[in-house]
Design a binder for this molecule. Sequence first.
Ligand code: NAP
Ligand code: COA
Length: 259
Amino acid sequence: MAGRYAGKHVFVAGASSGINLGIAHAFAAEGAKVTVLSRSADKIEAAAAGLHDAGAEAIGIACDVRDYPGLEAAYAEATGKFGPIDVLISGAAGNFLAPAVKLSANAFKTVVDIDLLGTFNVFRASYDHLVRPGASLIAITAGQAVHPSSFQIHACAAKAGVNMVTKCLALEWGPAGIRVNGISPGPIGDTEGMKRLGGDPAREQQIKGRLALRDYGTKADVAEAALWLSSPEAKYVTGAILNVDGGSDLGDASANALG
Ligand code: NAP
Ligand code: COA
């Protein structure tokens, strides 16, 4: 397929659904060969089949990002098929609302293991499989990384760590020609994340009313940021966390009604 990413190998971890699958489709539409990975064999095979139907060369690999040897095998399989990786997205995550006093130590650990350790694993295990120089790595983080949020102590702690992993690797791997950035989506419509955090339509209106741009974002909004961050136009950008969040990071804009 022709396009800005024709012939490139794009690997997306946590891509059986939602924002990350949207990113995989956006790169596929620009000609990339795409590997998608997630825990569930059924879901990831369906995701890869959807990419095939859209005209892409794609494979799906079932693997848990907490399983380091599993990731090493996944990279060996993917690069055996499509060659070294040009673009790597780490977006696997888990979240739910739970007050800290109701959260078991294992529940906290589970989310930290998926989001934070998982991001470290996905990036660390990829090193020998990256196009060097030139690879673009992107962690999908969240506003919870910098804004404390009630009932999400697990996700806040995990995503704060994801931001730091992103910046530390940008420092260490920059000299090898590898850029490492993050994308921090705000509330994105029609996603599992907002099903879990957004609640009913009244609560949804409340959330939208507090955003400067007064609406949820789309999966395409996030995908466009990933396409740009991985492009030659962003060749001097590393260690950045790009908010794609309708102004969510700026705080409550509900009082800012213009004329
Ligand atoms: P989603 O559809 O549930 O996506 C999460 C993906 O991660 C799924 O494909 C899931 O597939 C995979 N996954 C979960 N645990 C895994 C594990 N241990 N190993 C491998 N894969 C795993 O959720 P989403 O709402 O689109 O969120 C996607 C990303 O955007 C997340 O990083 C999230 O924190 C971030 N984000 C979302 C929003 C939002 O508004 N939705 C806002 C800010 C940030 P399997 O079940 O097959 O493993
Ligand atoms: N509230 C409080 N604790 C919860 C919980 C909830 N809603 N859901 C799970 N837990 C606890 C479990 O009770 C368990 O703790 P325990 O052993 O002390 O009882 C621990 O978390 C692990 O649960 P388990 O179901 O074994 O984890 P898992 O690895 O199979 O699944 C989750 C991970 C829990 C994050 C699950 O929600 C998931 O798979 N999420 C992926 C999709 C997602 O969250 N998408 C949105 C991304 S923003």
